[in-house]
Ligand binder design. Structure first.
Ligand code: MN
Length: 198
C-alpha cells in the first residue's frame, strides 16, 4: 500500500505566496486522491509488489495501464514538487547548479525566461521541468497531465505544477504571477542541486 508522504514543511510555511488553504487542498485532497486511486488500481495485481518508480516505468507507454500510470506519476510528481519549494526560496541558485545553468543556458536569466515560458504555455493541465537529459545537458521541458521526465530517460531537477488546482485559490487565472512567485520566492535550489549530483 502506498501512503501519502507528509509535506516537508508546515502547511503555512510558503505563505504569503502559497497559502495553507491551497496546500491543504492540494496535499490532503488532490495528492491523497492519487494515492488512494493508485492503491485501488494495483490491488491484487502484480504491480502491488513494485516500487512507485517501477510502476511508472512499466506503465509509461502502455495503453492498457493509463489509469495506473496517471495516478502513480501524479503521486511521484506531487512528492517531488513539494520538495522543490521552501520558505524564503527562489532567486538564483549557487555553486555547481549555477555553473551548469550558465554553461547550458548561457545565463540564469535565459533559464528563467525559458522555464517561465514552458510553464505558462503548457496548454491545460501539466508540469514544467528543469531536467538533466541522457546526454548530461540541462533542458527545460513541459509535460501534459501526469507525464514525468523520468518515464522518458530524463532526470528531473525542478518542477512546477501548473494544474489550476495548484494556484487557483491564490492567483485565480493568473498563472504567470504564480510562476514568477515560484521562481522568485519559493524554489528550493538545494533540493534541485541534490538531484543533479545523485
Ligand atoms: Mn497538483
Amino acid at each position: 500500500m502506498f501512503t501519502l508522504p507528509p509535506l516537508p514543511y508546515a502547511k503555512n510555511a510558503l505563505e504569503p505566496h502559497i497559502t495553507a488553504t491551497t496546500l491543504s487542498f492540494h496535499h490532503e485532497k488532490h495528492h491523497q486522491t492519487y494515492v488512494t486511486n493508485l492503491n485501488n488500481l494495483v490491488a491484487d495485481t502484480a504491480f502491488a509488489l513494485l516500487t512507485l518508480e517501477e510502476i511508472i516505468e512499466k506503465t509509461a507507454d502502455s495503453a492498457a495501464h493509463v489509469g495506473i500510470f496517471n495516478n502513480a506519476a501524479q503521486v511521484w510528481n506531487h512528492t517531488f514538487y513539494w520538495n522543490c519549494m521552501k520558505s524564503n526560496g527562489g532567486g538564483m541558485p549557487t555553486g555547481a547548479l549555477l555553473s551548469k545553468i550558465d554553461a547550458d543556458f548561457g545565463s540564469y536569466n535565459t533559464f528563467r525566461e525559458q522555464f517561465k515560458q514552458a510553464a505558462i504555455t503548457q496548454f491545460g493541465s501539466g508540469w514544467a521541468w528543469l531536467v538533466l537529459t541522457a546526454e548530461g545537458k540541462l533542458a527545460i521541458t513541459k509535460t501534459s497531465n501526469a507525464d514525468c521526465p523520468f518515464a522518458h530517460g530524463q532526470t528531473a531537477l525542478l518542477t512546477i505544477d501548473v494544474w489550476e488546482h495548484a494556484y487557483y485559490l491564490d492567483f485565480q487565472n493568473r498563472r504567470a504571477d504564480y510562476v514568477d512567485t515560484f521562481l522568485d520566492h519559493l524554489v528550493n535550489w538545494d533540493f534541485a542541486t541534490s538531484q543533479l549530483t545523485e
